[in-house]
Design a protein around this ligand. Structure first.
Ligand code: HEM
Length: 277
């Protein structure tokens, strides 16, 4: 029974193939035309879809000048490259897509200059009027920003300049930019002085207990952990703002320098002092 069905199916198949061959020959031209129309429609649709996914023609010159609007299109969406600006310098960070891609931790920085957030850590709210306004930041923050810029220069590709606070339409540094550079230099000098002081007068050991408050004391390794020949005496060393101080270990020969202040209720040659804030 099953052999009969098989036999009949083979005949039916052969019959259909003959019919198709005959019709194919008769309507050959029509079939070819239909296929051509179908292919043309498919290509048109594909071309349109692609045009929608790449909204901007990206300039790939090395030192371009970008408007804020142009920069915002380099946002990693629909296959666009990923750019960010720092202190008005534009970098291609597409290579770091795991950090900067859509939905990733540092996507906030993409397509804009949000320099302030590099030191404030504020990644939630973007206000274009203040996001790159760095002049009111502290000296150490300016140094930090300059380090971030060096990082991007080293790790990613520099692309050009953003027209705005740091560069004018001709790509020239603005007055604002020059002020920034002056403040950055001052900050570096101030930091070098502080580093030098910290080197000469290492920090004290410090601990806190509820019973005794803050205890400060000097040893031959206090401060940077490196062994030295002297341990010194704890003294208050005030910052440039004259409001905050830290504890410095001062060698005996320099104890009379007026920049050092003794701790209240602590003997002149005491090796440890206690205080409460
Ligand atoms: C002011 C605050 C912060 C800023 C501006 C910042 C910025 C960044 C940026 C831009 C990157 C990507 C660097 C690249 O392109 O390779 C990065 C990477 C990273 N950040 Fe932050 N970050 C901040 C705070 C933090 C904190 C608090 C943590 C830890 C809890 C952290 C952990 C990391 C880690 C682990 C990576 C590297 C991830 C990897 O290489 O896979 N960051 N950060």
């Amino acid at each position: 029974m099953f052999g009969f069905v098989k036999c009949c199916s083979s005949y039916r198949l052969a019959f259909f193939l003959i019919i198709i061959a005959v019709l194919g020959k008769v309507y050959q031209n029509d079939i070819v035309q239909l296929l051509q129309i179908g292919a043309a429609r498919y290509l048109n649709r594909a071309a349109n879809e692609r045009a929608e996914s790449v909204p901007v023609k990206f300039t790939e010159t090395r030192d371009s000048i970008f408007t804020a609007e142009q920069l915002s299109t380099y946002n990693g969406e629909n296959g666009a490259p990923i750019y960010l600006a720092l202190l008005g310098a534009v970098f291609d960070v597409s290579r770091g897509i795991k950090h900067y891609g859509p939905g990733c931790s540092y996507n906030f920085f993409v397509g804009r200059d949000a320099s302030v957030s590099f030191v404030s850590g504020e990644f939630e709210h973007y206000d274009p009027t203040t996001a790159d306004d760095v002049l009111s930041l502290k000296g150490n923050d300016l140094i930090e920003l300059a380090k971030w810029q060096q990082f991007y220069e080293k790790e990613y590709t520099y692309k050009g300049k953003l027209i705005g606070r740091f560069y004018d339409e001709a790509g020239q540094p603005t007055v604002y930019h020059k002020k920034f550079l002056v403040l950055l230099d001052e900050a570096k000098i101030a930091k070098a002085q502080v580093d030098e002081l910290r080197n000469r007068y290492p920090g004290c050991n410090i601990e806190w207990s509820e019973a005794k408050g803050t205890r400060v004391w000097c040893t031959t390794t206090s401060g940077d952990g490196k062994e030295r020949e002297w341990s010194g005496y704890p003294r208050k060393l005030y910052n440039r703002d004259n409001k905050n101080f830290h504890c410095a270990c001062v060698p005996e020969a320099e104890l009379n320098d007026p920049m050092f202040k003794p701790y209240d209720n602590c003997a002149d040659r005491a090796t440890e002092c206690f205080y409460r804030v």
